[in-house]
Design a protein around this ligand. Structure first.
Ligand SMILES: Cc1cc2nc3c(=O)[nH]c(=O)nc-3n(C[C@H](O)[C@H](O)[C@H](O)COP(=O)(O)OP(=O)(O)OC[C@H]3O[C@@H](n4cnc5c(N)ncnc54)[C@H](O)[C@@H]3O)c2cc1C
Length: 567
């Protein structure tokens, strides 16, 4: 008899999510696992062909590590931040050590759909193109894990797009931040250096804009950064101890969808607790501004809120020649609040909405990313339940539940750039399985839960997916589609309540569920689903919030699940 373990599984994407999912499935005994990726090397965002010099990661050291492979220390130890190059080698070593022979590179999946006739509507068909030979193929798989990430398909406003640039005969370069590495390679192959970019204007106030700006400015390139609102920042004069930064401390202060402990209930549902909670977040914000030298009148203070938003740059400490340092030294010019409206008619400028004109030999669009789920046609997307629904019950739910004292007086979402304020439902159960498909056990997503600890979260999710594919009787799941839908709607309503401004930019392919600071509670929810021990960092009634959460605490999840199964 053919068991799920023998049936072919496709994992789409060789980023961190794809690699750890393949590793877990293979360790669980799935014998026919293939990663398909259009890249030439592993790592996704951190693949060799994408990582550019100057890219540093935003996470505390160790938060992007999997339990099976230790992470080498960062190249610049004092800052505690890994470089893009460090991440690239970690991903490559992981793939070489555990996944040799399981990855098909340079294969683009054009379309995913169910087989046509009703009787064999089992599994999935993939239209793929071999990017080296140009050969087209149709592949069949029984199960799919979608790991295409949320930072893969660039979002480019049409008024600033390449076709518009061609039409306006723009003389210099116009490209999205995701192409920065290939543009540098091109310059190098032409024997030029970055100074040949001339005056650079970068549109966007996020991490990519800042990394690229500092890379260029530190090489004496003239850089102007245009943005409406900056990301929140987190920094301290000295590296904070692990019991603060790698424990549950911030996650408890952030407030989860359900408050399981007395301390959390005190912090979020009493007046004194709420005051204390907001006081701590405000203090962290002020210390961060002080550390990074962001003075009172700086446009960088016109930033997203550390408490309400999840657009946060976790800087650690001030590093010399990083973005804030170079801004303070006057080597990066900021134009904000401002929004780019069009490419100038003279072919070497950009026009802002307020009428100003900025000289730009090179325009870099650090304008973010859009969903990578465009590989489903409308019918498949509807059948599967990946489409976005409007739902009045989301608003109703958000009014009824979560009367947390900390969540009174939310910021005005229009101030955060939300155009419509429309309510929406992205019905993905736990951010992992489309609610509509929950009973089929043949489709899952890893990488759509927005978190600050990718290593831990992606690994726990990979175990949940494996249990789900194996129909593990210990995995608690909704029993009906309606139940799964209701749970997803409730979660969408929670997101709306907790992070109202996320609506203005949300991209479901990496934020179907938001477990930003609260990833420890969200991962406990998944461990609980699997019937496994939660709050693994331990501690007594007093010490538990400060216990360091180590990746090793989840290294035995596979064994634990198998043991339970045997019992
Ligand atoms: C410049 C940059 C910096 C970032 N910095 C941080 C950071 O510091 N900290 C942080 O937590 N997050 C950061 N992120 C977010 C980052 O996307 C995630 O943290 C994480 O790396 C995503 O992993 P993933 O596996 O989900 O997706 P990805 O790494 O994006 O992998 C997606 C994979 O899917 C493949 N793919 C997609 N579509 C197809 C298709 N149709 N056919 C074949 N293959 C396909 C891609 O080729 C790729 O292999 C950053 C993102 C960017 C772009």
């Amino acid at each position: 008899m053919v068991t799920p373990l023998d049936q072919p599984i496709a994992i789409l994407g060789s980023g961190a999510a794809g690699l750890i999912t393949a590793y877990t499935l293979i360790n669980d005994g799935f014998s026919n696992v293939t990663i398909l990726t259009k890249d030439k090397s592993p790592g996704g965002v951190w693949a060799d062909e994408r990582v550019y010099p100057g890219l540093t990661i935003n996470n505390v050291y160790g938060e992007f590590r999997f339990s099976a492979l230790p992470m080498p220390p960062p190249q610049i130890p004092t800052t505690g931040r890994l470089s893009g190059q460090d991440m690239c080698s970690y991903m490559r070593i992981f793939a070489d050590t555990f996944l040799k022979g399981n990855i098909r590179y340079a294969v683009e999946v054009k379309k995913i759909y169910r087989p046509g006739s009703d009787e064999d509507k089992i599994g999935w068909l993939f239209d793929v193109e071999n990017l080296e030979s140009g050969e087209l193929q149709i592949l069949h798989f029984s199960r799919v894990v979608l790991c295409t990430g949320g930072c893969h398909v660039p979002f480019i406003p049409s008024n600033l797009s390449l076709p518009t640039a061609h039409r306006k005969e723009v003389k210099g370069h116009v490209f999205h931040s995701s192409k920065f590495r290939s543009q540098l390679d091109l310059l190098q192959s032409n024997g030029q250096d970055v100074k040949s970019f001339g005056q650079v204007v970068i549109i966007g106030g996020g991490k990519s804009a800042q990394d690229i700006a500092s890379y260029l400015a530190s090489r004496e390139v003239r850089v102007t950064v245009v943005f409406e609102r900056a990301d929140a920042v987190l920094a301290s004069p000295i590296p904070l101890p692990s019991f603060i930064r790698r424990s549950r401390f911030l996650s408890i202060l952030a407030g989860h969808e359900h408050l399981d402990t007395r301390l959390e209930r005190f912090l979020h549902t009493t007046r004194v607790g709420a005051r204390l909670t907001h006081f701590i977040w405000n203090t962290i914000t002020q210390i961060s501004y002080y550390t990074l030298g962001i003075h009172r009148k700086s446009p960088l203070r016109n930033a997203h809120s550390l408490f309400w938003d999840i657009r946060t740059n976790d800087e650690g400490i001030l590093r010399s020649e990083n973005f804030h340092d170079l801004v303070n030294k006057g080597r990066i010019e900021l134009v904000s609040p401002a929004r780019a409206k069009a490419l100038g008619e003279d072919g070497c400028s950009v026009v802002l909405e307020d009428g100003r004109n900025l000289e730009a030999d090179t325009l870099i669009l650090a304008t973010g990313y859009t969903s990578s789920w465009d590989i489903f046609d409308e019918r498949t997307s509807k059948e599967l339940g990946l489409d976005r629904h409007a739902s009045s019950s989301a608003v109703e739910n958000s009014r009824r539940h979560w009367d947390y004292t900390t969540l009174t007086n939310p910021p005005d979402i229009r101030a955060n750039g939300s155009q419509t304020g429309q309510e929406w439902i992205n019905p993905i159960y736990r951010g992992i399985v489309p609610a509509k498909n929950i009973l089929n056990h043949d489709f899952a997503i890893n990488g759509a839960v927005f978190t600050t600890n990718n290593g831990y979260s992606l690994e726990v999710i990979s175990h949940w997916i494996s249990s789900y594919f194996l129909r593990d009787p210990h995995l608690q799941l909704p029993e009906t589609v309606e139940e799964a839908m209701e749970s997803s709607k409730r979660n969408a309503a929670w997101i709306r309540k907790r992070h109202p401004s996320a609506l203005s930019w949300i991209n479901p392919s990496y934020s179907s569920n938001l477990a930003f600071w609260t990833w420890p509670q969200a991962m406990d929810d998944l461990l609980r689903d699997m019937g496994l021990r939660t709050v693994r960092s331990g501690g007594n009634w007093f010490t538990w919030p400060f216990k360091v959460i180590k990746i090793d605490e989840i290294s035995t999840l596979g064994e634990e699940r198998r043991r339970r199964w045997q019992i």
